[in-house]
Write a protein that binds this ligand. Structure first.
Ligand code: KG4
Ligand code: ZN
Length: 361
């Protein structure tokens, strides 16, 4: 079964084709056309500009996908598209394009929740075009999605059954990275820039607040941390141009985020006796964050009292941490698989599929 998926929820125009045989799959096409350069002068994504770029890029991205291992569109069995959450004008372009394709080739269209893409991207072990098996997970699992728009902690009983146990009350983790980066005069997107600069700084140099770290819930808040960085930058402005201080700010900010993320996740692991931790979303590209999770799962000293046995830790291949259509094709497949297992018919009609910019998980 071949699925062609389209992702346009933010500033990446992406098309991928995956072929599935039961739990095995291979990637036939995987194209990401990034708009970073277009948005960089504005310091963030401009929704209407993103929509215009998607409209322009979608046909070109499809051409590139066809040149990989797909060859003919009539071989596609299902089309899939991200319907939310994301930027409304950007999502609308992807959905319009997907509907046209599905109608033209008379194949079903599957609406996909972008967050399910990030959640399930962890099932992809490696990024290559050979046949491979979807990763088998031990349950219960705790999944932390950290992206530009979301910070969500989920408890998964199995692949299809996940419950939201906590989320951010204000800024998302990626948003905090982007805002602090802008404050430090770094380019958009700020996450990778902060990570790079933080390598040169001392993470213990400044004791930034760790919001909500000791609260006995799984919610997050990053707005206060961002304000603390802003305040620190203001009062130390006379020495702010010194690059070592900037690096210390980046490293100390990143450490504050890491401390909160790991603490909350490990507490959830303890409470729910989780056997697996999954990390997903753009911020999971951050190797400092990944390193701390690796260490915590190898070293049970970090774990709470109920986690004496080993915990599996998975993070998607780097390219699949940030937005991509490979994870959307996989999410579509898993949705189909669930419906088939329940013996139901496909519930979606092409004309009725619409975007939902605020779609929850
Ligand atoms: O998942 P994603 O591509 O888009 C959304 O669904 O939001 O995530 C984008 C976010 C941006 O805020 C970006 O700064 C952040 O992920 N990001 C990073 C890194 N790479 C991307 N944050 C920290 N460190 C990174 N290496
Ligand atoms: Zn995303």
């Amino acid at each position: 079964m071949k699925i062609l998926a389209i992702e346009t929820s933010c500033d990446e125009t992406s098309i991928a084709v995956l072929e599935f045989k039961d739990r095995r799959f291979r990637i036939l096409a995987d194209v990401i056309s990034s708009q970073v350069k277009v948005h960089r002068p504005f310091g963030g994504v401009v929704p209407n500009l993103a929509a215009r770029e998607h409209e322009k890029n979608l046909p070109v991205t499809l051409e590139l996908a066809l040149k990989q291992n797909l060859k003919r569109l009539k071989d596609i069995d299902y089309f899939a598209v991200t319907v939310g959450p994301g930027l409304a004008p950007a999502l609308a372009q992807g959905v319009k394009f997907a509907k046209k394709l599905a109608k033209e080739y008379q194949k079903p269209l599957i609406p996909v929740n972008h967050l399910n893409g990030h959640l399930w991207s962890n099932l992809i072990p490696e990024l290559h075009n050979k046949w491979q098996s979807l990763r088998k997970l031990k349950f219960p699992a705790v999944c932390l999605i950290i992206s530009g728009g979301h910070t969500e902690l989920l408890l998964m009983k199995n692949i299809y059954d996940s419950k939201l146990v906590g989320s951010t009350l204000d800024d998302a983790a990626g948003e905090a990275f982007d805002k602090v980066a802008r404050l430090l005069g770094l380019a958009y997107p700020g996450g990778p820039e902060i990570e790079k600069l933080a390598r040169k700084g001392n993470p213990q140099a400044i004791n930034f607040p760790r919001p909500m770290i000791h609260q006995k819930n799984y919610n997050f808040s990053f707005a206060g941390l961002k304000t603390a960085v802003l305040y620190y930058a203001k009062v130390s402005s006379f020495k702010f141009q010194v690059s070592r201080i900037k690096a210390d700010i980046a490293a100390s900010f990143q450490q504050a985020v890491i401390d909160v993320l790991i603490m909350k996740t490990m507490r959830a692991v303890g409470e729910y006796q989780a056997k697996t931790i999954l990390l997903g979303g753009g911020v999971s590209a951050n190797q400092a964050i990944v390193g701390v999770f690796r260490q915590a799962t190898n070293n049970t000293k970090h774990a709470t009292r109920n986690t004496k046995q080993g915990i599996d830790f998975f993070v998607p291949p780097l390219r699949l941490s940030t937005d991509n259509a490979v994870m959307i094709a996989l999410a579509a497949y898993l949705q189909l698989d669930k419906i088939k297992k329940q013996g139901k018919k496909l519930p979606w009609k092409i004309e009725e599929i619409d975007i939902d910019a605020n779609l929850g998980i």
